[in-house]
Design a protein around this ligand. Structure first.
Ligand code: ZN
Length: 445
């Protein structure tokens, strides 16, 4: 039946028009099902060769999301979804799939907590066909500022515990009888060397900042958006997350500094939300970490970008910004969600001061990265990157290397090189703060 109906549709263009999209979807084939669990939200994607139409509702006791997909037969590909939900998924306890009516497939997601689901479709883009997306958000979204406060408290508790342990050990030593001295001889008795005090950490110590300085680190892409993929299959989203996690460690080790990641796992974060998260924690800096592809496999070296308010500094910079700004299309954003307009508002709010500070930050980072690897351009480039548009936060986007270059892909894969890049980024940030101490301001942290 599916075949004959399809054949009919293919035979006459007029007939296809009359039947409309709903009818055309009948007999759609499932290409893939994917699940992206994360603390922030879990996404389920059903990819098909034609647009699917779905209705959904949330039911209580027990909490569950019920989705009816029209014009679909139950297929083994769809059943795979059941096995793709991990037991550690923060939102989904399990999935049940069944043929509810002859032409309707029903999916029931048993939920672990109350959810505010968003269900939407995405038209074919990049390597993807049609996508039907279910995003399961918690009814109260996690607050990045609260998370940062908790992290800080935890770090302080750990530090206090370390001091207590050290004190306890010292007290234990006092209570112990002194070790017997070796018999006096011609040679002088060995003197116990007191270890030298650890060297003062650079930069931050000199600038005497009496508040916590917050750096937002933004690992590009994630989830449905792999970013660029290298000739041997290395994915940008994985490399930049690895570098970002190491950078967070480096910066958190600097006294008075704390790093916040816009994503700490493999899930997609829309561009405007990356900016919003940084602004929510009143970040002093924003660094977006990438490793993109270029037209030709020969392109090599790192680049640093800042925002531009009057066109791109080169056609390559403009091309790169357009490429990065397309992340939302590939990653998949629900355009009907109420916060989708935020980015458009931010576009007009960029200030000259932000760009000036971003260029300073950019050159500090560029000079450090230039010591680790080759540079693509010896100066900070500028273009209209959506993710750099926080009007009040100096923001840069770092292309650590070209993953499209086989040699650079191999380096990016190497954990030692990732560590060197994290060191360079951290040194650049510290150097920037040493030269441009953040202003005092009252904040809850
Ligand atoms: Zn990228």
């Amino acid at each position: 039946m599916t075949l004959s109906r399809r054949a009919l549709v293919q035979r006459g263009g007029t007939l296809a028009l009359l039947l409309g999209v709903r009818e055309l979807a009948w007999g759609a084939t499932i290409v893939a099902v994917r699940v992206w669990p994360a603390d922030e939200y879990t996404r389920v994607t059903i990819e098909s060769d034609a647009e699917l139409s779905a209705k959904h509702f949330v039911a209580d006791s027990p909490s569950r999301l019920v989705v009816d997909i029209d014009g679909l037969e139950l297929s083994p590909a769809l059943r795979e979804l059941v096995g793709k939900v991990g037991s550690d998924d923060p939102f989904i306890a399990g999935v049940r799939v069944g043929q509810n009516l002859p032409r309707v497939v029903r999916l029931v997601f048993d939920l672990k907590q109350h959810c505010a689901p968003q269900v939407f479709t995405l038209a074919p883009v990049a390597a993807y066909r049609w996508r039907l997306v279910f995003d399961l958000y918690p009814t109260t979204p996690p607050d990045p500022l609260l998370a940062l406060v908790r992290e800080k408290e935890l770090a302080e508790q750990q530090a206090a515990a370390a001091v207590r342990d050290a004190l306890g050990e010292l007290i234990g030593r006092i209570d112990k009888p002194l070790p017997a001295l070796p018999p006096a001889g011609p040679a002088s008795a060995p003197v116990r060397q007191t270890p030298a005090p650890p060297p003062e950490p650079p930069a931050m110590a000199q600038s005497r900042i009496d508040r916590l300085v917050i750096v937002a680190i933004d690992p590009g892409h994630g989830g449905e958006d792999p970013g660029a993929v290298g000739p041997s299959g290395l994915r940008e989203k994985d490399v930049v997350l690895a570098i970002a996690l190491q950078l967070r460690e480096r910066l958190n080790a600097v006294p008075g500094m704390r790093a916040m990641l816009t994503r700490d796992a493999d899930f997609f974060v829309p561009l405007h939300q990356r900016v919003a998260k940084a602004r929510r924690v009143q970040a002093d800096l924003f660094i977006s970490v990438h490793a993109d592809a270029f037209f030709t496999p020969q392109a090599r070296g790192a680049s640093v970008f800042a925002l531009s308010d009057k066109g791109a500094s080169s056609s390559a910079a403009r091309w790169m910004a357009e490429r990065e700004n397309a992340a939302d299309l590939v990653g998949g954003v629900n355009l009907k969600a109420k916060d989708a307009h935020v980015m458009r508002t931010l576009v007009d709010m960029s200030t000259a001061a932000q760009i000036k500070d971003s260029l300073k930050l950019g050159s500090e980072v560029l000079s450090r990265i230039g010591k680790v690897g080759r540079l693509h351009k010896a100066r900070v480039e500028q273009a209209g990157f959506a993710v750099l548009k926080a009007p009040d936060i100096p923001s840069i986007l770092v292309e650590t290397a070209f993953i499209s270059n086989p040699e650079e892909e191999a380096r990016l894969r190497d954990p030692a090189y990732q560590a060197e890049l994290a060191d360079a980024l951290s040194a650049g940030v510290q150097r920037y703060f040493a030269r441009n101490p953040p202003l005092a301001r009252s904040r809850a942290l």
